[in-house]
Design a protein around this ligand. Structure first.
Ligand code: PRX
Length: 676
């Protein structure tokens, strides 16, 4: 193996503005990248021969054809799926608003289930589910279709109509997928809220979408403990006037309070429901789901995806990137509460008729062998997980992996954050035994599907890069003025042309949609990521250039956490920054100044962390809280987050401090650093 040069990459930022709206404008950003990775891994001949895309030449041909005539390319891709009525126009682009497959009518649930019923797949396992406590269930396509149809009827009976929003707050049981599919079947718009969010976060999302119905569960098992989800919903529903009905799936059989007239047991409704529920003919552009994600301001963004375009790219990208075949056992460890679970647990795999493993709990419960044990038992062939998980497995020790038989694996994937080359190499050698290609997939909630990724039978991979864009996807790295960067020059990752699964807007907020994604770099979709392209055209993601941080693969706006902190009675001011973390990718460090009369002690630290947990959810709890007498600010009053970031990372500040208003503030923070 050739030696590797030292690798580092950094995104250096100038100070951002104060308060809630402090996204960093691209022109302020200086991106440096000195990452040099020389190793290249070609797919084996055996893998390439059987793959959907068999060679780099084939990829190049596909890519070039799509560049030459994107609408023709997407039209051919879309023709693989079932349409009740064919579109008359592939794309209408009135920047920055796109419509795809106009005039076409389809139903994504029909494509995920009904199309398989007239084939041998009718009795094929769609979902092999495992509860954290060892419970096992297998649902065939036929059974899944029946459950979804019944729930569709139950929803209709409770007044849910086409276009109505339904909030879903559940653990990872098949019922979560069934709930999403039932909404899609009857034309309702689902808004899935990750089961780790707090009552406040649930209420905010329900109110923003004006959801009429909530589907939840009594609870879920997490690390051996029963977590009561229904009580969180009860707390949220105190302030959500739009909600008329709640359906409660019984998973852990814990005591829950059922509100007469509003709350209904899933099993009661299902017992009464008929199992024939025709899939609604949906216009291609009818809304399919809203998924909230963090941005650089306090309020989460309701990312809106529509039906036809999302379906086409989610399914086709799943087929090409995961090289999915009928005899595969595919496992994405992502929770359906995130976009990865939407596109690559629910829709992509089912549309492709795949068999997949779905798992309820923590992949390291009851011990670090759980994930490997499951792969061995279920003979998983394709594993898709996050770099954070990989790094934590490295820490736990190779023996957890090596004592299991992982010979069924043929392909590995990662998503959610940059994977450092060391973690990539470990995944490749220890898990994949040097025979499985790795697909490092770059994409976002907003893109709906994978944008940059190797095609496993074609693309030679290099540890740490998501490689090349998929055919039809015009991703590039540019300067602020939109001109392409030179090879290896750091710049902004953009998409130059609309693509079918792009977000259509931010729900009820076109102005924010236009501002966040389409105003920073003229005429292009701005991803918020910094990147560089090497001489082979491979894209190396360098991380966010705005105030969004990836913690354990979860996307968090630092200002969201700041808003939560200042909502606490003791807090006068707060600035939240990230520092690199070996396992989580990034850790959150909060600098907090207190109001008079409050003591910055351990008890208050705990109270503040709990408070953030209550306002947003445990995933947002700062890893570290530092009390300060003042925060360093520029003369115009902007908090100098860059300095805080340096302080949190290195304990020293080397950058330019000439605009700093009060040097003593910084000096005190520095001293405190030395004392702690
Ligand atoms: O910064 C990029 C990072 O995750 C962001 C998108 O987060 P989210 O919308 O939550 O979606 C995550 C799952 C698709 C991106 O802007 N990101 C995602 N995948 C990668 C990545 N960074 C580097 N490499 C990746 N493969």
């Amino acid at each position: 193996m050739p030696a590797v040069k030292k690798k580092t990459s950094s995104v250096a930022r100038k100070p951002s503005t104060n308060g809630k709206h402090h996204s960093v404008a691209p022109q302020e950003v200086a991106i440096n990248s000195v990452l040099q990775e020389k190793r290249v891994f070609k797919p084996t001949a055996a893998f390439s021969q059987q793959a959907h895309v068999k060679s780099m030449a084939e990829y190049e041909r596909l890519y070039a054809a799509a560049e030459k005539n994107p609408e023709k390319y997407w039209s051919e891709v879309a023709s693989q799926y079932h349409w009740f009525k064919k579109w008359r126009k592939v794309l209408e682009w009135k920047a920055p608003y796109s419509k795809w497959f106009i005039g076409g009518q389809t139903n994504i649930c029909y494509n995920a289930l009904d199309v398989h019923l007239s084939t041998w797949r009718k009795n094929k396992a769609a979902i092999i589910w495992e509860g954290e406590n060892g419970d096992q269930r297998v649902l065939t396509y036929g059974q899944l279709h029946r459950e979804v149809s019944k729930l569709g009827n139950a929803l209709k009976k409770r007044g849910v109509k086409k276009g109505d929003r339904v909030a879903i707050y559940m653990g990872m049981t098949p019922e979560l997928a069934i709930a999403a599919l039932a909404c899609a079947r009857i034309g309702a718009v689902h808004s899935i809220i990750f089961g780790g969010f707090s009552a406040q976060a649930v209420a905010d999302r329900i109110n923003d979408a004006q959801a009429k119905m909530v589907i939840t569960a009594d609870g879920v098992f997490r690390r051996g403990n029963p977590l009561n989800l229904k009580s969180v919903v009860d707390e949220a529903l105190v302030n959500t006037p739009s909600v008329e009905n709640v359906i409660v799936y019984q998973r852990i059989k814990t005591d829950v309070k059922m509100t007469e007239g509003r709350d209904h047991w899933w099993h009661d409704l299902m017992d009464l429901a008929a199992d024939v529920c025709p899939a609604e003919k949906m216009d291609s552009e009818s809304p399919l789901f809203i998924l909230y994600t963090s941005g650089s301001t306090g309020k989460p963004k309701g990312i809106l995806h529509t039906t036809g375009g999302y379906m086409v790219h989610a399914a086709n990208s799943h087929k090409l990137v995961f090289d999915i075949k009928d005899d595969d056992v595919y496992w994405s460890t992502a929770d359906i509460g995130w976009i990865t679970g939407h596109s690559y647990v629910v829709y992509g795999p089912l549309i492709n008729g795949a068999t997949q493993v779905m798992y309820e709990g923590a992949v390291n419960y009851p011990n670090w062998g759980r994930i490997w044990d499951m792969i061995q038992r279920h003979k998983v062939t394709i594993l898709y997980t996050a770099p954070t998980a990989i790094r934590s497995f490295i820490r736990a020790g190779d023996e957890w992996v090596t004592k299991h038989d992982l010979s069924s694996l043929r392909l590995l994937g990662t998503v959610g954050e940059p994977i450092n080359p060391e973690a990539w190499m470990w995944y490749y050698s220890v898990v994949g035994k040097k025979k499985c290609p790795i697909v490092d997939t770059w994409w976002q909630t907003e893109t709906g599907g994978i944008m940059v990724s190797p095609l496993p039978g074609a693309t030679p991979t290099k540890p740490g890069t998501a490689t090349r864009p998929l055919p039809g996807i015009a991703v590039d790295v540019v300067k602020k003025d939109g001109t392409p960067c030179k090879a290896n020059e750091g710049g902004f990752l953009v998409v130059k042309r609309p693509w079918p699964s792009m977000l259509r807007t931010i729900y009820n907020d076109n102005a924010r949609y236009e501002k966040v994604y389409w105003s920073e770099i003229k005429g292009m979709y701005f991803t918020g990521d910094g990147a560089r392209k090497d001489k082979d055209g491979y894209i190396w993601i360098m991380g966010r250039v705005d105030d969004v941080v990836n913690v354990s693969g979860h996307r968090l706006g630092t200002s969201e956490v700041e808003s939560a902190l200042v909502a606490h009675q003791a807090v006068a001011e707060a600035a939240v920054v990230s520092r690199p973390d070996d396992v989580k990718g990034n850790a959150l460090v909060a600098f907090v100044t207190l109001k008079g009369g409050y003591n910055g002690d351990a008890a208050l630290r705990d109270a503040l962390r709990d408070h953030v947990g209550k306002e947003i959810g445990s995933i947002a709890k700062p890893d570290e809280i530092r009390f300060a007498e003042g925060l360093p600010k520029t003369r115009s009053g902007k908090i100098m987050r860059r300095l805080l970031r340096e302080l949190a990372t290195n304990g020293v500040i080397s950058g330019d401090t000439t605009t700093l208003e009060d040097f003593s503030t910084l000096e005190k923070l520095r001293q405190q650093e030395e004392e702690e």
